[in-house]
Design a protein around this ligand. Structure first.
Ligand code: LRH
Ligand code: MN
Length: 427
């Protein structure tokens, strides 16, 4: 658990400079006809789910550099996510990957999470790796496989994941398929897609009441010639064929260089098929870096499409916001604290866009004024605004400073490396 005084002490240190920064920003926004409290109210609606697979240090095939005090099981991952929620007040849900973080006792995990004030967002299935006890290999795919026995096994796995999710209180499943080929001629491009749709239809047919199914596209890796669900178009074709409770999940790192991702988001919104996000950032491939760390303007432009759509579509517009990152160099908790702050900032800047003015200039093709209107929001330093929201909700003005001051990582490095650890049993 995080030392309860850590936040209060750290906030005291930052109180005066924060007060002055917020005052200056409020005065500036007031001159622009923007009321800080109304922005804070709307910013408070933004929260994001933390992926269970990002609390331990990640790695690449070239190496992994573990840090002391990493969580040893899904219970300790919940403890770490609760620390992030305590500091940011913006991460009340967890997205679980199965079997990577499959609980022996989902009821016990749900109870443990509830004690920590956490719930569950989308569960994620995994038919991209072979598990020890598995009968059929996914080497040549899962839903697209030429062998019906492999497809049956993959469908059964997804139904199992949904069952675990139901017990945890989750209401959606994200299906990312590594399925594809690495050489021309290896795989029939249309039959593989049709087999994939047929398997998704079998999962969709038994989707519990109120559940949603998200299809996640990715251009390549581990397949290096053709990926069955390669792009947003393929994902949209699947979601439209499945039905109204199917939608497309946009992982920001799953786009070829120079793809206009905010345009992809706008298209999926127009189609009524934007299911959710895996937020992260990338410079080259699916780098899974800290969201907003490489292309903060692109992240702002994505948030701009979301705020614009919410203005029109109202509360019914509720994409699932989730993070999907791998932390090879940073302390995973610090990386996630930075991620949440970057996401809140991008969303806050999007809330500052003068949309009536933007509409006015766009409709009159006043290129300069339209661009300046958007940039004015992006160039606004909203750090004190986001900090004020956290403080107002009992969180930290500066989550990283409070986390470091708390000594939480040193404490887990001491306790989690001690032998004889037994995870909590079901009540
Ligand atoms: C695939 C992906 C997918 C997850 C995995 C951890 O690259 O983005 O969302 O299942 O990462
Ligand atoms: Mn993803």
């Amino acid at each position: 658990m995080l030392d309860p005084d850590a936040i209060r002490t750290a906030n005291q240190t930052h109180a005066e400079p924060h007060r002055r920064d917020l005052e200056a920003l409020a005065e500036q926004l007031h001159r622009r006809g923007i009321d800080v409290d109304s922005i804070l109210e709307r910013l408070q609606t933004f929260d994001v789910a933390v992926p269970s697979w990002a609390l331990g240090t990640g790695g690449t095939r070239f190496g992994r550099f573990p840090i002391g005090g990493e969580p040893r099981d899904v219970y300790e991952k919940m403890d770490d996510i609760a620390v992030i929620q305590r500091l940011t007040q913006t991460t009340p849900r967890v997205s679980l990957h199965i079997p990577w973080d499959e609980p022996d006792d989902p009821k016990a995990l749900k109870a443990h999470a509830a004690e920590l004030g956490l719930g569950f967002d989308a569960v994620n299935s995994n038919t991209f790796q072979d598990q020890a006890e598995q009968h059929h290999s996914y080497k040549f795919g899962s839903f697209c496989h030429t062998d019906a026995a492999v497809r049956d096994q993959a469908v059964a796995h997804n139904l199992h994941v949904i069952e675990v999710g139901r017990t945890l209180g989750s209401e959606s499943i994200t299906i990312w398929l590594a399925d594809g080929s690495s050489y021309p001629g290896q795989m029939h491009l249309r039959r593989s897609f049709e087999r994939t749709l047929a398997c998704l239809e079998r999962v969709y047919a038994v989707l519990p009441e109120g559940w949603r199914l998200f299809t996640e596209h990715k251009p390549y890796e581990p397949a290096f010639y053709a990926t069955v669900v390669q792009d947003w178009g393929s994902s949209l074709l699947l979601a439209q064929a499945l039905g109204e409770r199917a939608a497309c999940l946009v992982d920001l790192g799953h786009h070829l260089p120079n793809t206009n991702i905010e345009l992809v988001v706008a298209r999926l919104i127009s189609a009524g098929k934007l299911g959710g996000f895996h937020f992260n950032d990338a410079k080259y491939g699916d780098d899974d870096l800290t969201a907003g760390s490489i292309r903060p303007f692109q992240l702002f432009l994505v948030m701009n499409e979301l705020v614009d759509a919410a203005r029109e579509l109202g509360p019914a517009f509720a994409p699932a916001y989730m993070i999907d990152q791998s932390h090879n160099l940073k302390d995973p908790i610090e990386a996630l604290l930075m991620t949440v702050d970057n996401l809140q900032r991008a969303y806050a800047k999007a809330l500052l866009v003068d949309r009536d003015a933007l509409d006015h200039y766009q409709e009159r093709n006043d290129v300069v004024m339209a661009e300046q209107t958007l940039r004015a929001a992006y160039e606004t330093d909203v750090r004190s605004l986001v900090a004020a929201l956290r403080e107002r909700q009992g969180g930290a003005l500066d989550p990283t400073a409070a986390f470091r001051a708390s000594g939480y990582r040193q404490q887990t490095a001491r306790t989690r490396n001690r032998a004889g650890y037994v995870p909590p049993q079901s009540l």
